[in-house]
Design a protein around this ligand. Sequence first.
Ligand SMILES: Nc1ncnc2c1ncn2[C@@H]1O[C@H](COP(=O)(O)OP(=O)(O)OP(=O)(O)O)[C@@H](O)[C@H]1O
Ligand SMILES: [Mg+2]
Length: 335
Amino acid sequence: MSIFGKDLGIDLGTVNTLICENDEIVLHEPTVVAIDIDELKIVDVGHSAREMDGRVPESIEVSRPLRDGVIADFEVTHRMLGYFIERVSGPARLFKPRVMITVPLGVTSVEMRAVHEATLQAGSRDVHLIQEPLAAAIGVGLPITTPSGNMVVDLGGGVTQAVMIAMSGIVAQGATRLGGLKLDEAISTYVRKKYGLIIGPRTAEEAKIRIGAALPQDEDRTIEIQGQDQVTGLPRPVTISTSEIVEALQETLQLMVMSIRDVLEKTPPELASDIIDRGMVICGGGSLLRGIDKWLTRETGVPAYRAEEPVACIARGAYRGLGMLDRLRRTLPKV
Ligand SMILES: Nc1ncnc2c1ncn2[C@@H]1O[C@H](COP(=O)(O)OP(=O)(O)OP(=O)(O)O)[C@@H](O)[C@H]1O
Ligand SMILES: [Mg+2]
């Protein structure tokens, strides 16, 4: 820990925000804010704001301030970060924390400055940015400072990102602004077309998490979901199965894998052999989809392994990155 205050690693994701302190995850909340639009003030953030969605009067708007991995609403993001930092640091702090916070690959300089500025305004000092998959590689403990090639794929809610890292540098990278939220949309579209039923995004996500898979499974599970009949407008249930979700997800998964193929194509031959031997590490909430490791192995020809702590590793890597600033300086995004 720095003598001037604490060090925090923050994974600012489209769907979830995590904070790591002393190598432990001290906050894990949805990146969601509830705003009173008449009084223009934040009513709640995180889990409790998410619970309000669809259950509160119209004057309260529940929204995500990030879209496709980047800040869509600056004002709301910096205030949300302020709440989160205060929650882990306490309101009356003598010294502001030093922070390393994540950004997706391929962000513009304007988008990077927004994250930097929002984090400063949220009550921190000395803010450093780190690319999400680089943070993941550090959090997983890959030997990124060595000359061997390390490949990491982050399957997030808003973005899919892949990198090849060697000697603390990013050798090749690829990103698609498609993630878990698009998989949920694909399930909604499938159910609407096949059953004439309109379902909300949370229902689609629940079906994906409870019974979904990237590949057909030995046990074809089912779930009953509630929706609204497209014609009559009346509520109606329908039972869907794992194999239907597998079918619904294929097209979006094919688009997501393009960023990974991109990286493999750009990788120098010396490193490519390391990757064939050691495989790629997958992380992010999307890596929890059943069979996604086998699916990626089949689609890319490179063995894919899920990280041990696929969601926590990114915030943890950001935290650890503060202790490696000298080695990373060349690679970290410059604001
Ligand atoms: N068991 C599961 N199976 C499939 N998907 C899952 C599972 N658990 C979580 N997810 C999905 O993971 C996504 C969230 O992942 P994550 O928290 O890594 O995203 P994020 O970091 O907020 O987004 P990004 O990095 O793209 O900005 C959601 O779309 C969620 O539905
Ligand atoms: Mg993420």
